[in-house]
Write a protein that binds this ligand. Structure first.
Ligand SMILES: Cc1cc2nc3c(=O)[nH]c(=O)nc-3n(C[C@H](O)[C@H](O)[C@H](O)COP(=O)(O)OP(=O)(O)OC[C@H]3O[C@@H](n4cnc5c(N)ncnc54)[C@H](O)[C@@H]3O)c2cc1C
Length: 249
């Protein structure tokens, strides 16, 4: 009853879709208005909805930016998707609801000089926000190692931005994208790393010269990947922060 009452008291605002970019049939970036006074920390998520159906979306824009940028994967109705098929119908100028406050503790922890950021597909979102805000704030003294996995190379989406940051700030950003299906014809032109991102941890931890005393590990996205990262890194003494986007059945 208490929960229900609290739920009813949440005052939702309506925000307009400002821009939309479709990258594959199942992956899009969407920018929505940031409500007046909406403040968040890089790595937090917003809760948006349509017709009373609400879901969480990590925010890839940085707190200093004017709008909320979201990277959304379509879960088809036959796979159980409810809100995302509705999001796919949206056009610029349409509205979604948004809860008044962001949530989440999957935020940048500056205590560690090395930040190992592991993601699958949309799980890269919090890291994009970390890096944009970090550079905007003119911070220094940290290194960010982004290890990013996807089945197909066209699912990276933020690879252009991450490669540019790596080129412009080689002492700050290292970006390693990997495809888990290198032999699939759709990855025919892929020349980069291959294998599931969790299976490459040992290799890259050694290559980057990381140790648990000054490295924080973040894992975001696929729940199976997160479990595997924890199984590999926790026994080595690393602290692992996690954000699961869904539960495995
Ligand atoms: C903290 C948090 C942050 C999130 N951030 C993002 C984000 O940045 N981008 C994003 O696309 N999603 C994100 N999600 C997932 C999002 O909230 C929705 O669950 C997702 O968009 C599917 O919504 P839906 O209503 O269509 O399906 P739901 O009713 O939410 O889920 C239907 C079924 O699909 C499963 N499922 C949900 N997402 C996926 C997926 N990507 N792949 C495979 N199965 C899935 C669910 O476990 C469930 O079994 C986040 C979730 C959480 C908890």
């Amino acid at each position: 009853m208490t929960t229900l009452r609290r739920f009813r008291q949440v005052k939702l605002s309506k925000v307009k879709v400002l821009k939309r970019e479709d990258y594959t049939p199942d992956l899009m970036l969407m920018w929505v208005e940031k409500p007046e006074g909406y403040t968040f920390k890089a790595g937090q998520y917003c809760t948006i909805g349509i017709d009373g159906i609400e879901r969480a979306y990590s925010i890839s824009s940085a707190p200093y930016e004017d709008s909320l940028e979201l990277f959304v994967e379509l879960v088809h109705p036959e796979e159980g998707g409810v809100l995302t098929p509705k999001l796919w119908e949206l056009e610029v100028g349409d509205s979604v609801t948004i809860r008044p406050r962001p949530k989440g503790i999957f935020t940048f922890d500056p205590k560690y000089s090395s930040q190992l950021l592991v993601a699958t597909v949309t799980g890269v979102v919090p890291y994009v926000s970390f890096l944009r805000q970090y550079l905007h704030d003119g911070m220094s003294g940290h290194r960010f190692f982004v290890l990013m996995g996807a089945s197909y190379h066209d699912e990276f989406i933020y690879d252009g931005e991450l490669r540019r940051l790596e080129a412009e700030h080689p002492d700050l950003v290292t970006f390693v994208p990997t495809v888990s299906r290198p032999n699939d014809p759709l990855n025919g032109e892929w020349k980069g790393e291959a294998g599931r991102v969790n299976t490459l941890l040992d290799k890259y931890v050694a290559e980057f010269g990381l140790g648990p005393e000054n490295t924080l590990v973040y894992a975001c996205g696929h729940p199976g990947m997160i479990e595997s990262v924890k199984e590999i890194m926790l026994p080595e003494g690393y602290e692992v922060k996690e954000e699961r986007f869904w539960k495995e059945d």
